[in-house]
Design a protein around this ligand. Sequence first.
Ligand SMILES: Cc1ncc(COP(=O)(O)O)c(C=O)c1O
Length: 381
Amino acid sequence: MSEWAGSRESCWAEVDLDAIKGNVAAAARVSGTSVMAVVKADAYGHGAVPVARAALEGGATWLGVARAGEALELRAAGLGAPVLLLGYTPPDAVGELLAADVSLTVWSPAHLDAVAAASRATARGAGVHVKIDTGMNRVGVDPDAAPELVRRVLAAESVELQGIFTHFACADEADPASGVTAVQQARFAGVLAALEPSFARLDAAGVARPLIHASNSAATLAVPSAAHDLVRFGIAMYGLSPGAAVPLPASIRPALAWKTVIARIAEVPAGEGISYGHTYHPSARQRIGTLPVGYADGWRRTSGQQVLVGGRRVPVVGRVCMDQCMIDLDSVPQARVGDEVVLIGAQGGEQLTADDVAARWGTIGYEVVCGIAARVPRYPV
Ligand SMILES: Cc1ncc(COP(=O)(O)O)c(C=O)c1O
């Protein structure tokens, strides 16, 4: 058998779409409300279209994105579910987004005017969600100005108020029911109370009230009182924890595995140097494996990394190159060229999670999965 048998690519990601479906169902169960699957950033590096499809099959009712192109990609793939562009919309993209029936976030009268004008120009109704800045201090209308903006949305012709939402800054921290999250919830509640007369008029006219939403993954799991009509479920839908203080329910499973193969094995004598800069020198003769994965794939040029070979953790040695890196195979004498190597995922009884990798990189699991480069193929499994 060829030593290349079994390898489909130099490195690749496997995305477990059943895990996505199950994780969405878990979010619905835990929150007791509807789920927006947050599939921005190519579904956190997992592949937007297959993940969005799986999330909808798992019961999600909305899809959330961050860029105009992300929304249009979903539509081009034939996905007709409600899509909300959660943040900034470039003014010149509004017409195309309305034509594609993408809902937009507004937080200023200027946005509203632009959306209303585009809606008139394209003869397409515009669905909008008003974003309230209750303390993230990123985007959104100030709570004091929110009731007036919402009234203007309600009065605007061909604009439909589909939602009112806010975003938590610290829901992933220990005891989120107090502190910052509680302050944000109170500010949000104040806005909603001020809007109650407007909502009552909608009831009287037989018009649906806007969806109220606030929770990200952390709040979905840790702040039940923030569930409202919809939770915006991102990182935990991928089976990753929003933070150390927010344990995942046992039913939530990681969806992504990142794999490569051993491309070459060499016996390197003591005193030789490995990779650029010769920062690593075997102290005795050592079996060095070469992996076709590097920083251009998103595998950072950071020392102290590990991968799984033969169900064991083995160290990456020497500098990570753009397309390759080297590993110490002394602890796995049975390893052969062509063997599968796991960067993120399980092998044998061992596991390396995106959070393990993030801890080594001094970052969060979000950045690890979002940073897997576009050239790494994603395979649904
Ligand atoms: C507005 C908004 N809602 C929801 C989410 C989902 O957050 P998470 O991935 O922590 O669930 C994000 C992601 O950052 C967001 O920006």
